[in-house]
Structures are given as structure tokens and as C-alpha cells.
Design a protein around this ligand. Structure first.
Ligand SMILES: CC(C)(COP(=O)(O)OP(=O)(O)OC[C@H]1O[C@@H](n2cnc3c(N)ncnc32)[C@H](O)[C@@H]1OP(=O)(O)O)[C@@H](O)C(=O)NCCC(=O)NCCS
Length: 180
């Protein structure tokens, strides 16, 4: 497997990345067209866009990042082909992104991970007024990418109540990737 830049020249990879995004995160990208638009947005200024490809040139996963502050980038989005999940591809994509961002002087990488299906302790409960206390005690009840990010060294830095509707928060995590 190789991890390489995704560019506007890679029309087949763009379509494959869009299909993976649409298939894995249909709540965020309900149509193939919306996912393809997201991939094209990843070629703008202050962006990074990388794909994992196998030896046959098939896309296994896609990761993007957006410069949001002078020294902090947002990881957005990340998706691994369903039949190739849990094989280390997502971890490899995040580590590769961290290396590239470190070279660009990034100190903090952060990511928002929605809970729309009640997989964590911060879904379907009133988070106000002690939002930070709920974030501090956040537990994964079922299966949620929070566990994936924690294994990679991210910590929960907050939750945005009702970001996706009542009881459906966004969970924010961050990781120091540069010298403090
Ligand atoms: C989340 C995702 C990117 C992880 O990629 P991956 O290639 O499957 O992850 P890895 O194989 O590198 O996982 C490493 C470890 O993270 C944990 N992990 C991975 N996916 C997880 C999930 N969905 N829920 C909980 N833990 C997970 C596991 O502990 C795994 O180790 P294990 O296989 O030994 O148990 C991938 O499952 C995916 O594309 N999911 C759908 C889209 C999505 O949720 N994207 C993230 C939005 S914020």
C-alpha cells in the first residue's frame, strides 16, 4: 500500500474516494455527488488531500486536512473502504498526515467526530450546563471512531451539543503533533 497526494488529475481516484465517503458516512454525504464535491473542495488552498492505494491502483482510504489557524489543522474527512477497515489503513493515513503537517509547522491536529447513533455517553442526554464534565467523562458504549482516535493519541477536548439535531452532538478531539 502507498499513501500519495490526491490531485485534480486523478479522476478515477477522485471517484473512488467519493464513493467510499458516501458509503461510509451517508449522514454527512447522502449522495455520491455531494461526496464528489467534498473531494474537489480538498484541492483548495490551505488543504491536504491524501489517498491510500493498493498495488492495483485501487483506493483503500482517503484523508483530508484543512488549515484552520496559523498552527492548528482540522482533520477532515477520513474514510476507509468498508471491506478494508480494521486493517491499519486509517491509522496509517493519520500518521502520514501528521508527518506532513509537522513539516508545515502545525502544532495541533483536531477532528470532529459526530455521534448521531447513540454510541457514546454524550448522545441522547442533556449536556448543558456542565458540558465540559460530560466531555471529561465521555465513554464509548458501542462502536465509535472516538476509540480509534484515542488509540492514536487524541484526547477529547469538548462536545458540541445537538450539533446534528437533538441528542446528536459532535465530539471534538485533538492531538499535539509538534513541539510544545
Ligand atoms: C474510523 C476509520 C477511519 C478507522 O479506519 P480503520 O482502517 O478501520 O482503522 P485501523 O485498522 O487503523 O484501526 C486501529 C484501531 O482503532 C480502533 N477502531 C477502528 N475503527 C473503529 C471504530 N469504527 N470504532 C471503534 N474503534 C475503532 C480499533 O481498536 C482498531 O484496532 P483493532 O482493529 O486492533 O481493534 C474507519 O473505520 C472508517 O472509515 N469508518 C467509517 C467512516 C468514519 O467513521 N470516519 C471517521 C469520521 S470522524
Amino acid at each position: 500500500m502507498d499513501i500519495v497526494d490526491l490531485t485534480p488529475r486523478h479522476l478515477s481516484w477522485i471517484a473512488q474516494a467519493a464513493r467510499i465517503l458516501h458509503e461510509t458516512l451517508p449522514q454527512g454525504w447522502p449522495t455520491f455527488e455531494s461526496a464528489r464535491a467534498e473531494v474537489w473542495e480538498s484541492f483548495g488552498p490551505g488543504r491536504l488531500s491524501r489517498v491510500a492505494v493498493d498495488e492495483r491502483g485501487e483506493v483503500l482510504g482517503w484523508i483530508g486536512a484543512i488549515r484552520r489557524y496559523s498552527h492548528a489543522w482540522e482533520l477532515h474527512p477520513l474514510a476507509v473502504r468498508p471491506d478494508r477497515q480494521r486493517q491499519g489503513i486509517g491509522s496509517a493515513l493519520v500518521r502520514d498526515l501528521e508527518r506532513l503537517l509537522r513539516e508545515r509547522g502545525c502544532l495541533t491536529l483536531f477532528v470532529g467526530s459526530d455521534d448521531e447513533t447513540g454510541e457514546t455517553s454524550v448522545a441522547n442526554v442533556e449536556l448543558f450546563p456542565d458540558v465540559l464534565e460530560h466531555a471529561r467523562r465521555l465513554a464509548v458504549l458501542g462502536s465509535h471512531p472516538v476509540d480509534f482516535y484515542r488509540r492514536l493519541g487524541f484526547v477529547v477536548i469538548g462536545v458540541l451539543p445537538d450539533a446534528n439535531g437533538p441528542g446528536k452532538p459532535d465530539i471534538w478531539l485533538a492531538k499535539r503533533i509538534g513541539p510544545g
